[in-house]
Write a protein that binds this ligand. Sequence first.
Ligand SMILES: O=C(O)c1[nH]c(=O)[nH]c(=O)c1I
Length: 310
Amino acid sequence: MLKTNFLGVELASPLMNASGVHCMSIEELEELANSQAGAFITKTATQLEREGNSKPRYYDTKLGSINSMGLPNKGLDYYLNYVIERQQQGTQLQFLSVTEMSYEENINLLSKIQRSGYQGVTEFNLSCPNVPGKPQIAYDFELTKKLLSEVFTFFTKPLGVKLPPYFDIAHFDEMATILNKFPLTYVNSVNSIGNGLCINIDKEQVVIKPKGGFGGLGGEYIKPTALANVRAFRERLNPNIKIIGTGGVINGKDVFEHILCGADLVQVGTTLHKEGVDVFTRLNEELKVIMKEKGYTSLEQFRGRLKIIE
Ligand SMILES: O=C(O)c1[nH]c(=O)[nH]c(=O)c1I
């Protein structure tokens, strides 16, 4: 009922984790592998291991979360070795998230993956909002075009991009025009809404230490923005570029809405952080109930079918 075909691989569920949540260590990744998620993705990796920003750097609020992790990770080799090993054991579809701090380092990182034995999907994170002094790549259209142009002169494996939220129709148009030039496997919208601010009123203080308390927002705060980005890119991108919808998934209804906007897969971040991997079981069940109520027996019957008001 929930089966989803992605890159020719049939997944039992359209759900997976959002990179960064519950995916830093092999233990966490194995928990995802043994959950009801259809697939999973690693924490965004840089060439070398990174400590990340000082703590507290993550905070759950009633309506969502704020984080300024600062890209802590165990380094590319840790994750690359893990996914290659699982590949050799027969896993058909995997997602490896990567990014680097400069143009050259991004090229070097993707070259290393191209030369490796990894055959799975690479998610090129163009939208980390929390590395001090590093603006988000995907808010610089010329840089994004230049970077992807060079990447696709040598990278022949499946590649997706993780995008920040856009808030202006002109930006949807401009970004889609750029992305349609490349043989991308998918676009993943959205990353956290960058540089929000949450306050503890009792202490009259911010809730996270880095960047004076500024961090990426997740959870209920961001669903309308996430849905708009999924819908806008689905309407603009050529159909062989798939869409992964991320942002604001609390229950099955939110998963349904992402798919209605055109999402092929749906990622869960904040709610996974709050609830643990059982969240996938709950969301799969809730989605099935909604589909039954509406008489749907497959996701294709409603994917991308959001109606406007004529
Ligand atoms: O601060 C982080 O590590 C982080 N946090 C986010 O909210 N999105 C990202 O892409 C990353 I790389």
